[in-house]
Structure formats: structure tokens, C-alpha cells
Design a protein around this ligand. Structure first.
Ligand code: FAD
Length: 302
């Protein structure tokens, strides 16, 4: 498919610096793997996001929204159509009383730091989660007993027909690592927190960072926990019990430090990682009767 026309149209809206043809998605995925996106855009305001969607709607092309790519595995053949990335260019955050209002490309961990400085408790759990608040709001990110839904107040969503709507907790319909969001773009998020002591909040964040560093392979590319936690079990424990710690396919490996993480040892392709995900599912199911479900979202052309 030719993208010259759509490229020209999007450059008129977003400027040359925010529209890329054949963008290497390994630069936008924490696994550091994946093929090219046909068109990659980075709008910097709500108005530009809306205008871009209306322009894209004039063409019959697939559309993908991403945040910081820390929960994504992009296949080696890349992504057809237009990818909109909101990380890095759409990240203004402000505090109003006990609420934080954030553009959806702001990092969840940065918002956790804002909250601490503003003496607001409730986001300590988010301090080590490397994604955007948009990504966290979509998948109900959580850690160490905290979940995004516990602090959610409301969100502005852009529907694919170009209309903006306000979403409340009922609309989001959160469950474990999931929400009702399918193809809506989360544009702005408001979280509601509780007044607290800066030192208490900071100490909790420092403690969680220490735990993470001890338990997780943070210095090797990954997308965090590869699998969702099965009811009453731990994915990492099941994988370890199946003898898979350190198991490798190509450059993909079940982390030796934490079996719940699949890591890229340096030269992995997305195919290596996807094949290893399937192999782990198969062997764990044989060993325990439990089918692990990926938490990582696998996207792109098969
Ligand atoms: C080292 C490491 C540790 C991690 N630890 C945790 C953890 O403790 N807890 C946890 O829950 N996760 C963890 N993760 C995974 C990841 O950081 C979170 O899932 C995060 O919320 C994903 O945000 P993102 O911006 O990177 O989203 P992406 O990976 O870019 O996208 C994830 C999904 O959200 C959608 N999405 C993103 N932005 C928007 C938007 N604005 N509107 C609509 N949809 C959107 C995408 O389409 C995709 O479906 C970890 C990852 C790493 C690499």
C-alpha cells in the first residue's frame, strides 16, 4: 500500500518532525525487537490527536495506539498502517488539590513522583512501572498490592469516529490487568489520591524500588511479567517448577533472576520471544494443568 497521501496529510497537521515513514519499532518497544511501522506519528496536543484520527479515518488503513511500548511485543514483520505514539510528546501533568490531571503520554512513574512531592499518597506502587499513564489506564497496571483502578477518577477518551467522551469507573469496567477499552484512545487521565506525609510516601517508594531491583532483571530488555498471574498461583513459580528457568529459544530466555520474565539476551527476534511464550505455555500446562495467559500484548503482522 502507498502511504504518500496519508503521510502528506498527517505532515500538514503534525509537522515534519512528528510523522515518520517506515519507523523501526524496536526503538519503541522495551523488548528492543520488532519490524517497521508503515507510518508512525507523535502528536503533541489533544487537538492534534483528534485531527489526526479524523484524517486517518478518510483512508482504509489499520490504526494502532501505543504508549511507551513496555507491555508490547511487536512482531518482526512490523505494523501495517498508522501507529500513534503518545509517549514523550504528550506528557503535561498538573496537580489540583487531591487530584492529578495528566496527559496520557506522561510516565506513570513520573506521576508517582509528582504525587509524592505534592504529599499525595496512593501511587507509591506505580513508582517502578515504566509505562505511560495511558497504558496503565488501559491494562489496569498494578504492583505490590496496588492497582490503577484504586486511584482512577475519570478519563477523556477519543472514540475512533473522532468524538471525545468522559469515562468514569463504571465505563472502564476494570478487572485484573484489563478494562473495557478496545479501540478508544485514552487522552487525559485524572487520578484521585489521599493526603499523606512526603517522608512516608518516599520511604514506601524506596522500599518497593529495592524489592524490584532484588527480584527483577531490570538491566535486560523485557516487557515486565510476561504472563498474567493465574488465580491462587504465581506464573514465575509455575514456570520454575516446570524446569524452565533459563530455557532459551534463539536470543530469548526465561530469566534466571525471575522466571516470570522473558528477556532479550541481545540478539532476540520477536519470533524467538513469541515462540518461547508458546513453549512456556505448553510445558507449564503439561506440568500443572494451568494455561498461562500472556500479559504482554502481541501486535503486528503475523
Ligand atoms: C521492567 C518492567 C517492569 C514492569 N513492571 C510492571 C508492574 O509492576 N506492573 C504492571 O502492571 N506492569 C508492569 N510492566 C509492564 C508495563 O510497564 C505496563 O503494563 C504499562 O502500563 C504499559 O504502559 P505503556 O505506556 O508502555 O503501554 P504500551 O506497552 O505502549 O501499550 C500497552 C497497551 O496499552 C494500549 N495503550 C497505550 N497507551 C494507550 C492510550 N493512550 N490509549 C489507549 N490505549 C493505550 C496499547 O494499545 C496496548 O494495548 C513492566 C514492564 C517492564 C519493562
Amino acid at each position: 500500500m502507498e502511504f504518500d497521501d496519508i503521510h502528506k496529510n498527517l505532515v500538514e497537521i503534525l509537522g515534519d518532525d512528528n510523522v515518520y515513514l517506515n519507523e523501526d519499532m524496536s526503538k519503541h518497544s522495551s523488548f528492543k525487537t520488532g519490524g517497521m511501522a508503515d507510518v508512525f506519528i507523535t502528536p503533541s496536543s489533544k487537538e492534534k490527536i483528534v485531527e489526526s484520527i479524523k484524517a486517518i479515518n478518510k483512508y482504509d488503513v489499520p490504526f494502532t495506539i501505543i504508549g511507551n511500548g513496555t507491555n508490547l511485543l511487536v512482531r518482526d514483520k512490523g505494523i501495517r498502517g498508522v501507529v500513534m505514539s503518545l509517549y514523550d510528546n504528550f506528557n503535561i501533568v498538573r496537580v489540583e488539590d487531591d487530584k492529578i490531571i495528566a496527559q496520557s503520554g506522561a510516565l506513570f512513574s513520573a506521576i508517582s513522583n509528582y504525587a509524592c512531592r505534592a504529599s499525595l499518597a496512593g501511587l507509591e506502587f506505580a513508582s517502578g512501572i515504566p509505562g505511560t499513564i495511558g497504558g496503565a489506564a488501559k491494562i489496569n497496571a498494578g504492583a505490590y498490592g496496588g492497582e490503577f483502578k484504586d486511584v482512577f477518577h475519570s478519563a477523556t477518551l477519543l472514540k475512533r469516529d473522532g468524538t471525545l467522551i468522559e469515562a468514569d469507573l463504571e465505563y472502564m469496567n476494570y478487572d485484573y490487568r484489563g478494562s473495557s477499552i478496545t479501540d478508544e484512545i485514552i487522552v487525559e487521565v485524572i487520578v484521585k489520591l489521599t493526603p499523606g506525609e512526603v517522608s512516608t510516601i518516599r520511604n514506601a517508594m524506596v522500599l518497593l524500588a529495592k524489592k524490584r531491583k532484588e527480584k527483577q532483571p531490570l538491566n535486560i530488555p523485557s516487557a515486565g511479567s510476561t504472563f498474567k498471574r493465574p488465580k491462587g498461583e504465581y506464573a514465575g513459580k509455575l514456570i520454575e517448577s516446570a524446569g524452565l528457568k533459563g530455557y532459551e529459544i534463539g536470543g530469548a530466555r526465561v530469566s534466571i533472576k525471575h522466571a516470570g520474565f522473558i528477556v532479550n539476551t541481545g540478539e532476540a527476534t520477536s519470533t524467538d520471544i513469541e515462540t518461547l511464550i508458546k513453549k512456556v505455555q505448553e510445558i507449564v500446562e503439561k506440568n500443572s494443568g494451568i494455561k498461562l495467559e500472556p500479559e504482554v500484548q502481541i501486535i503486528g503482522e503475523e
